[in-house]
Design a protein around this ligand. Structure first.
Ligand code: TYM
Length: 336
């Protein structure tokens, strides 16, 4: 069992990243160890380059994401924690896989269409090629499982297609098709202002998301002001099916509390959101406050965090080297 996943260091790390990805990773750490496998979590700094950011913002965000992972419970002694740029094998394998992936496959990627918008001609080549680098990230380590939020599912299906085509073209079984593990508790946390949009790092409205560095007052305020319809809670989870705002808040509550949404609805059945929202705010402050405090402490100690990333990168590079070499040889390249 080898679990691999990453987070792009851009914008504001938020509750969706925590519930959809990081919390799941922390929960898996012990199982992976018990199975004698490895957990590998990285900061996808090369992916951050696909849309313009100030270089200093990428550096800062790299520390923020690393701090969030460690503060949430990813232990660098138990998981391999590193930043992608320190392991050049990611870029090298991506180039090789560029020759396996088809233009038609990339043209179907919804994230590219969303991010490029109307200005496709002006999008970077990196943005277009993003999913191939992402495939390299996981195929490089023969990952068995890739825990992510739902928005990454299409990219992982592409990684599987690339692996299958490579194996077929080069008559080998070097690349392993990884299983996406989509978070059950929080596959898609939505914006607090508009439940038809996912909570995202780049939404210009800060009130739409809970940032992992928000202070207690900001967390509480944002939940109190979260958009809801005027109806009370309802009697069952099923009864919320056409009420996206209510569903989103219940999903967040349940994921933070490690309870089922059915249980949470039963507790608040018939009550107004005027009482549910403060309870959610208190819960979020209790769960996220200590993580934020530890993040702030770690962000102030960049030297220590960077030392962990460097150590993790060395371990990752050692795991990556044999596969990269085998792939190069399978493709007829003379190396070494
Ligand atoms: P990124 O940085 O956008 O998001 C990191 C993780 O958070 C999840 N996520 C969410 N989950 C639930 N609700 C939301 N609103 C929400 N928003 C984000 C994402 O699904 C993801 O799991 N391309 C990736 C980074 C990456 C990667 C990889 C992931 C690069 N290489 C290889 C896995 C394997 C990304 O931009 O995630």
């Amino acid at each position: 069992m080898r679990v691999v996943s990453g987070i792009k260091p851009t914008g504001n790390l938020h509750l969706g990243n925590y519930l959809g990805a990081i919390k799941q990773w922390v929960g898996m750490q012990a199982d992976v160890e018990a199975a004698g496998g490895e957990s590998m979590y990285f900061i996808a700094d090369l992916h951050a380059l696909t849309e313009w950011s100030e270089p200093a913002a990428i550096t800062d965000s790299t520390f923020e994401v690393s701090a969030a992972m460690i503060a949430s419970g990813i232990d660098p002694a138990r998981s391999i924690l590193f930043n992608q740029a320190r392991v050049p094998a990611h870029s090298e394998l991506a180039w090789l896989l560029n020759n396996v992936a088809r233009v038609g496959w990339l043209n179907r990627m919804t994230q590219f269409k969303d991010k490029a918008g109307k200005n496709r001609e002006g999008a970077s080549v990196g943005l277009y090629d993003y999913p191939v680098l992402m495939a390299a990230d996981v195929l490089l380590y023969r990952a068995t499982h890739v825990p992510v939020g739902e928005d990454q599912k299409q990219h992982l299906e592409l990684a599987r297609d690339i692996a299958a085509k490579f194996n077929l073209d080069y008559k080998t079984d070097l690349l392993l098709e990884p299983e996406p593990l989509i978070s059950k508790a929080a596959p898609r946390i939505m914006s607090l202002r508009d439940a038809t949009q996912k909570m995202s790092k780049s939404n210009p409205s800060d009130a739409a998301r809970i940032n992992l560095v928000d202070d207690d007052d900001a967390i509480a305020q944002k939940f109190r002001k979260a958009k809801t319809d005027p109806e009370p809670m309802g009697e069952s989870w099923e009864s919320l099916k056409d009420r996206p705002e209510a569903k989103n808040l219940v999903t967040i509550f349940a994921a933070l509390a490690d309870r089922t949404p059915e249980d949470v609805v039963a507790d608040y059945a018939g009550q107004g959101f005027g009482s549910f929202k403060p309870a959610l705010a208190d819960l979020a402050v209790a769960k996220l406050g200590p993580i934020r405090d530890e993040m702030v402490r770690l962000i102030a100690d960049k030297g220590a965090v960077d030392a962990e990333l460097r150590k993790g990168a060395e371990r990752a590079a050692n795991l990556a080297a044999p596969l990269l070499r085998d792939v190069q040889q399978a493709m007829g390249l003379r190396i070494g």
